[in-house]
Design a protein around this ligand. Structure first.
Ligand SMILES: NC(=O)c1ccc[n+]([C@@H]2O[C@H](COP(=O)([O-])OP(=O)(O)OC[C@H]3O[C@@H](n4cnc5c(N)ncnc54)[C@H](OP(=O)(O)O)[C@@H]3O)[C@@H](O)[C@H]2O)c1
Length: 359
């Protein structure tokens, strides 16, 4: 396989720098000596960007003019920003998802074409990769199309539509590559992701139960490396699935025990019971407010047990994933450093778990 020529260096625009992936990618790019500009929304990012030497420009992805201004003068773009929602949401939320994830991506790509940007890497989601109908547990790769008629969340659909914007831009001549991630785990989790929240709950013994299942994780270190490789070696108009490791629920609980030195919840609920509880919470509109196993973001993912086939990224990009043990350890240490995990609580003193607890 011939690898594409590397792009020239020059200023990079990074979107989503205050988010989970972006905060990690920004640090990696700065460590590599890159000159980075970040697009921020007003009022965002004070903690995640504190102390970092980086050019800041302000604007919303939905504002095409602001995006054009942000793109001017850069040679490469990492478009990581997106809105995530793990419930069906209401009409306003769905509209916002569409405008940010689809129209926002279009704005970035159109601006890139207009400004003669050399390359763009857009972050995709495993949630927008289809499943094998014959056996949903079979590992899937980039070639499995997203099925719009399956039971999907609006977020997934917007990520699939965002890819279409990439293919249109690629057809117009832009060297754009989609770097698709599975569930992130690692440090710099300033917005408290689903599994970051789960780790905090676990460390404080606020997690009362878990259930069987499994999920593909991408360590933030690996996913940053994968994005950089996609920028250097990705072929125009191609999608690369990046992931680190599949973990079962039991494997994850064991790893959390090892890292936190706290025992897992005694209750291992049967899947259907956890499923009904999770659906009830969702019907009551409480799913997004809790971090436990029953939150739709965790339950839904875990019960799907989807596996990723990353052969294409290995072959074409030279992507070599590491493992998630160090990612969970780094996530834990970073939460401790920031005071989100406190030892007095982590040593077994329960805090009031709230009305519904963290199941
Ligand atoms: N986290 C995962 O497990 C996961 C898995 C697969 C794929 N992904 C993909 O990875 C990418 C990054 O996800 P993440 O988890 O890092 O997200 P995140 O932590 O929720 O952060 C989202 C980022 O996007 C920015 N953003 C949102 N709406 C914006 C708008 N209208 N204008 C400008 N910026 C906006 C946010 O800025 P503010 O600070 O202003 O809100 C924030 O920096 C996304 O494309 C997501 O689909 C994530």
């Amino acid at each position: 396989m011939t690898l594409a020529n590397s792009p020239t260096r020059g200023r990079i625009l990074l979107t989503g720098a205050t988010g989970y992936l972006g905060a990690n990618l920004l640090r990696r790019l700065l460590a590599d000596g890159e000159d980075v500009r970040v697009l921020l929304r007003h009022g965002s990012g004070s903690e995640s960007l504190a102390g970092l030497e980086v050019e800041r420009v302000y604007g919303d992805l939905r504002d095409a003019e602001a995006v054009h201004a942000a793109v001017r003068g850069v040679t490469r773009i990492y478009h990581c920003a997106a809105k995530t929602l793990w419930t069906a949401g209401n009409a306003d939320q769905r509209r916002e998802l569409f405008e940010i994830n689809v129209i926002g991506t279009r704005n970035v790509l159109q601006a890139a074409i207009g400004a003669g940007v050399e390359r763009a890497v857009v972050t995709g989601s495993f949630a927008a990769v289809g499943s094998e109908r014959s056996d949903p547990l079979l590992p899937v790769n980039e070639a499995v199309p997203y099925d719009p008629f399956a039971r999907n969340m609006p977020y997934q659909t917007t990520k699939a539509f965002a890819e279409q914007e990439c293919w249109k831009a690629a057809a117009s001549g832009l060297h754009v590559v989609v770097a698709t991630s599975t569930v992130l785990i690692g440090p710099h989790d300033y917005k408290l992701s689903r599994f970051g929240g789960l780790l905090c709950d676990f460390a404080h013994q606020r997690l009362r139960a878990y259930a069987p299942g499994g999920v593909e994780f991408a360590s933030t270190r690996d996913i940053c490396e994968g994005h950089i490789l996609a920028m250097k070696r990705g072929r125009r108009g191609e999608k690369y699935l990046l992931s680190t490791e599949y973990m079962t629920s039991d494997g994850l609980m064991e790893l959390f025990e090892e890292v936190t030195q706290v025992p897992r919840p005694k209750l291992r609920m049967p899947g259907p019971v956890m499923g009904s509880y999770s659906r009830t919470l969702e019907a009551l509109g409480l799913s997004e407010r809790i971090h436990g196993w029953a939150s739709s973001g965790i339950w839904r993912l875990m019960q799907l047990r989807r596996h990723a086939d990353i052969a294409k990224a290995r072959q074409e990009l030279g992507f070599e994933p590491t493992g998630i043990t160090s990612a969970v350890r780094e996530a834990y240490e970073h939460f401790v450093e920031r005071g989100l995990i406190r030892f007095d609580l982590a040593r077994g003193h329960r805090r009031h778990p709230g009305v519904f607890g963290s199941v």
